[in-house]
Design a protein around this ligand. Structure first.
Ligand SMILES: *Cc1c(COP(=O)(O)O)cnc(C)c1O
Length: 425
């Protein structure tokens, strides 16, 4: 399960080990993701003093990408060892038209479709593969709902390493083509994402995959930390403060958990004033195990068989679900789930009011924002950031009934007949 290393390859990072989220057992920094005592998930443990020594000026002097936060991440600060497409510092877009339409005061969209492979997954893959490469792995792999596949294949191509990517067989063409184009092995599995994930867990235990890093399996603790940068960046882009409310899409629930963790860290380190963001989670009704558990007043996740158009979020047995519920409860937030029709409408609403074309996961977030406002869970007067985590061009089918509003011959007369010259001049 673990690749043992003779020396700590992370001496230039604030990470000191791995720690079990459930029983707090500690382990050295290695490729291990589950606790040997209680089987709980492991996460990166940091030297609190090293984190506390980081200043705003240090960060602001760094590169215009996620590596400006290298001293808050487990992958090390030496640029020469990075396996990366340099993602991050994506636009934080003020969404006044959308706010007006929803009756809100201050609304922002963090647009992570602007990353190199057009989703937030470039952040987690850059951190995971940089750590993996330091741990001695020389082949890169993942179990993916689509966007992770794009990102792992592209990172491997940039690094000149082989990749093997596992996906469910029924993904959108916009996710398959945009993975295959980078070369590498692409394995379509006749089953759901949860079947793909189970197979990948089994593969990591075999001799033939001993030197293969599965970004979201054996090096998952490092992968998860990459999501923190979506919290750090929003705080920095707001002028070093934390928004009052955030709405985050959930697949495994990891992103939401880490955005919350990032905000907490920033307060602890003293980089932002005291405060807390109410964290809200978004799922589709085709795959809503986390939102359902929260509504039922439990943190026991009952796995579902995912359906519906929000395929990038279709994880039926979400590993970080209980932690997402805990973060939402602790912060005073809530969750909602939305239908495919609401997702399509959410994509259109965001596009029409902000000029941002989101994939289905973005539609889930905007539709959830609307629903939480209608339910009175979200405060329309509080400053709110919604996360768009992916690009609309990858899920074109979701809005494929959109097309030309007029079709005419190239003549003024036709333009007039079509009503394009209403003043008649
Ligand atoms: C993977 C993914 C998410 C959610 O990720 P988790 O950390 O597994 O909850 C959200 N949006 C998009 C577009 C994704 O690809």
């Amino acid at each position: 399960m673990s690749t043992s290393v003779s020396a700590n390859p992370f001496t230039d990072s604030p990470a000191v080990g791995l720690i079990c989220r459930n029983c707090q057992a500690t382990y050295p920094l290695a490729a291990q993701h589950a606790c040997w005592q209680c089987f709980g998930p492991l996460e990166v443990d940091y030297d609190a003093a090293a984190l506390a020594s980081v200043t705003r000026a240090d960060i602001e002097a760094g590169p215009n990408n996620i590596w400006r936060y290298a001293r808050l991440l487990p992958a090390g600060v030496d640029p020469a060892t990075r396996v990366t497409l340099d993602p991050g510092m994506t636009p934080l877009v003020r969404a006044d038209n959308l706010a007006a339409e929803l009756g809100m005061k201050t609304l922002w969209v963090k647009d992570d479709s602007a990353n190199p492979t057009h989703s937030f997954k470039d952040r987690v893959v850059s951190v995971a593969l940089t750590a993996a490469s330091r741990l001695g792995f020389d082949r890169y792999a993942c179990a993916s709902t689509g966007n992770l596949a794009n990102s792992v294949a592209a990172h491997a191509a940039r690094a000149g390493k082989p990749s093997v990517v596992f996906i469910p067989h029924d993904l959108e063409a916009g996710k398959v083509v945009t993975t295959a184009v980078y070369g590498g092995q692409l394995v379509a599995i006749e089953g759901s994402y949860d079947d793909v994930n189970r197979l990948c867990s089994e593969l990591t235990e075999t001799d033939d995959f001993e030197s293969t890093a599965f970004v979201n399996v054996n090096v998952r603790p490092y992968y998860a930390e990459g999501s923190k940068t979506l919290g750090y960046e929003v705080a920095e882009q707001l002028g070093w403060r934390i928004p009052e409310q955030v709405v985050v899409p959930m697949a495994s629930g990891e992103l939401l958990t880490k955005v919350d963790k990032a905000f907490e860290e920033l307060v602890e380190i003293g980089l932002v004033p005291e405060g807390r963001s109410r964290v809200f989670g978004a799922q589709s009704q085709g795959c809503n195990p986390i939102a359902t558990a929260l509504r039922n007043g439990t943190d026991e996740i009952v796995p579902v068989k995912p359906t519906g158009i929000a395929k990038s979020l279709n994880i039926g047995d979400p590993a970080a679900g209980p932690y997402a519920i805990e973060a939402v409860r602790r912060s005073g937030g809530w969750m909602a789930d939305v239908t495919d029709a609401e997702i399509r409408e959410g994509i259109r609403l965001l596009a029409r009011t902000t000029g941002i074309f989101a994939e289905t996961a973005g539609g889930v977030v905007v539709a959830t924002l609307k629903k939480l406002l209608a339910e009175g869970r979200l405060d329309p007067a509080a400053e709110t950031v919604v996360y768009n985590t992916g690009e609309g061009l990858k899920t074109l089918d979701a809005v494929s009934d959109a097309g030309a509003t007029h079709r005419i011959r190239p003549s003024l007369q036709d333009a007039r007949k079509a009503g394009l010259l209403p003043s008649g001049i």
